[in-house]
Design a protein. Structure first.
Length: 506
């Protein structure tokens, strides 16, 4: 700082004097000058050649004097004392002077730049010091009081400390002067980081960890929703339409959330009601089985996806009892397999009462022909564009899949199709536009849609569409014709998949 200001003074001096000389040089005619300007300036004496200064009176007889010389004045007719010095016509080094002026100008600009930087840095440093002080006070308060602080407090603190670390690092790379202050700041900030960490570890209840997990889940949910939006754009088949040639691909799963009863409830089903006449009314249902992985006792309803995501405004109901993960919801009614029987029942979701209970003729039950890796799903109800179906097996079918179309009012069987696919060797099944799609496990992270049975034509088919999964077991796959999504229960997690369809060639 000191050095620079001295330089400034010198520069200013240079600047002013050179200007003075310039003006003298620009008019090569004789000028009246005071000698003091020259004598104080060493520089000038080196740039100016030692030329004689002559008085107005002819003094040619004088020997060539030094730059500064004595000369005599004269008194004129009016008694005024006159004294004049004249510069000779000897060419003045104008070019040298001009370059000097230029250099000086550049130097002074450079100086001002440096000066501004220093000013900025000192302001910044002051600000950081203020913030550090504030932080210290806050951390001290947190230390002193015994109240348990929440995640937000720590996160805010950590954010601020991190931001300051970043700024200090930035400063360090740009600042060329003394780094003592900055190094000091850095140490203090590092201390602060340690302190915050220490404080955080003192929080004995595990709330922070849980909150973090929730935050992570929420983030993933957001990503999933974004990718869903893109998928929705790609889907160009109208809701409920069967104007396509079947499923051609499936998206990556979107993890919606953990089921409302928790980690231990690894089997169950969930979905969105398909009510073709009131498509604007949404109803989400979640039906985890009890931890015995057999009985369906409690289910929960939400009227919107937001409520579902936030666990808000739930309607919890109890029934005695359903069995397995084959539950489906259609037109605001739930269809379930009644425990220890070959009966199916229709439950009015408004009143939570069994409206109709009906035997499914010859259906095997009591875990006789359930799906691979999933117990107690002998009878699997399904919904497609045309209504209610049931997927099961009989002794007569030797365990191969039997498909029946049901009257959703009376639960009577309207029609039945026998397939050649052994039910216990498929992991799950769903129906789209009258076509049954069956899945099987490829490994713990993927299933494959590998088999189709078209009830419209009675044709069987093979295909290979890989389905990623988060955990090993997919239970209760439910298709919704409105959004063309599969709602899947994956060991306690609720997931959705988007189906893409083959366009019909006309
Ligand atoms: C200049 O003037 C001073 C005082 O008037 C005198 O002492 C000195 O000798 C003079 N120098 C010359 C070179 O005339
Ligand atoms: C420090 O805290 C005081 C009072 O809490 C506030 O007015 C000031 O703006 C804070 N300074 C900084 C840099 O955050
Ligand atoms: C940083 O913390 C250590 C130990 O807690 C302490 O000795 C040191 O003085 C602190 N430094 C600053 C700059 O606060
Ligand atoms: C079915 O889709 C094709 C295009 O894929 C379109 O040209 C046709 O009009 C559609 N038919 C109906 C009934 O929507
Ligand atoms: C099928 O979907 C997967 C996952 O979204 C994607 O990576 C793949 O490219 C798709 N395949 C075809 C043939 O569209
Ligand atoms: C359920 O029961 C209520 C009350 O009896 C009735 O208003 C409603 O229509 C029923 N819902 C269905 C889907 O049948
Ligand atoms: C379904 O059952 C109801 C009540 O028994 C009956 O009125 C209706 O006609 C049946 N629908 C079909 C398609 O069979």
């Amino acid at each position: 700082m000191m050095k620079v200001s001295i330089l400034l003074i010198v520069l200013l001096l240079l600047h002013s004097s050179s200007l003075m000389v310039t003006s003298a040089a620009s008019t090569p005619a004789a000028h009246q000058l005071t000698t003091s300007a020259y004598t104080s300036n060493e520089l000038l004496s080196t740039t100016l050649p030692p030329t004689a200064l002559t008085s107005s009176a002819p003094t040619s007889n004088l020997p060539h004097p030094q730059f500064v010389t004595n000369f005599t004045g004269s008194v004129n007719d009016h008694g005024t004392c006159q004294c004049s010095v004249s510069l000779p016509y000897t060419p003045f080094p104008v070019q040298k002077m001009e370059s000097l002026v230029l250099t000086t100008h550049e130097l002074s600009e450079e100086f001002y730049r440096e000066l501004t930087k220093i000013k900025e840095y000192s302001v910044l440093i002051e600000r950081y010091e203020q913030r550090l002080l504030n932080l210290t006070i806050r951390v001290e308060t947190m230390e002193k009081t015994s109240i348990s602080y929440n995640e937000l407090d720590f996160e805010l603190l950590k954010l601020e400390v991190k931001e300051m670390q970043r700024l200090v690092n930035q400063l360090k790379t740009t600042f060329v002067g003394s780094r003592v202050i900055i190094d000091q700041l850095e140490i203090e900030i590092k201390n602060m980081t340690l302190l915050v960490q220490e404080l955080e570890s003192l929080d004995k209840n595990n709330i922070l960890t849980i909150r973090r997990e929730i935050a992570a889940l929420k983030n993933r949910l957001k990503e999933c929703e974004e990718s869903n939006k893109q998928n929705d754009l790609v889907q160009n088949f109208p809701p409920g339409s069967c104007n396509h040639s079947g499923v051609v691909n499936i998206s990556k799963p979107s993890i919606i959330q953990l089921n409302w009863r928790g980690f231990s409830y690894k089997y169950g089903a969930w979905g969105k009601d398909y009510s073709p006449l009131t498509p604007e009314k949404t109803l989400y249902w979640v039906a985890p089985l009890n931890t015995d992985a057999r009985y369906l006792e409690y289910y929960r309803l939400h009227n919107s996806k937001d409520d579902l995501l936030l666990f808000k405004n739930p309607r919890d109901n109890r029934i005695t009892y359903g069995e397995g993960s084959g539950t489906a919801v259609y037109k605001n009614s739930m269809y379930i397999h009644m425990y220890s029987s070959r009966d199916i029942a229709k439950v009015n979701l408004t009143t939570n009462t069994v409206v109709v209970r009906k035997t499914l003729p010859n259906a095997a039950y009591n875990n006789r022909f359930s799906y691979a890796g999933v117990n107690w799903e002998d009878i699997d109800l399904a919904v497609d564009e045309s209504g209610l179906w049931v997927i099961y097996a009989t002794e007569a079918s030797t365990g191969n899949i039997v498909i029946s179309k049901l009257n959703d009012t009376s639960l009577e069987v309207l029609n039945t199709w026998q397939t050649k696919q052994y039910k216990p060797s498929v992991s799950n099944a769903f129906i789209v536009c009258g076509v049954l799609y069956a899945t099987r496990a490829v490994n713990t992270r993927q299933d494959e849609i590998f088999y189709t049975y078209d009830t419209n034509t009675g044709q069987e088919g093979r295909m290979s569409i890989l389905m990623d999964k988060m955990l090993e077991k997919l239970t209760g796959i439910n298709y919704n014709p409105l959004d063309h999504k599969l709602y899947v229960y994956n060991e306690g997690y609720l997931m959705t998949y988007d189906l893409s369809f083959q366009t019909t060639l006309q």
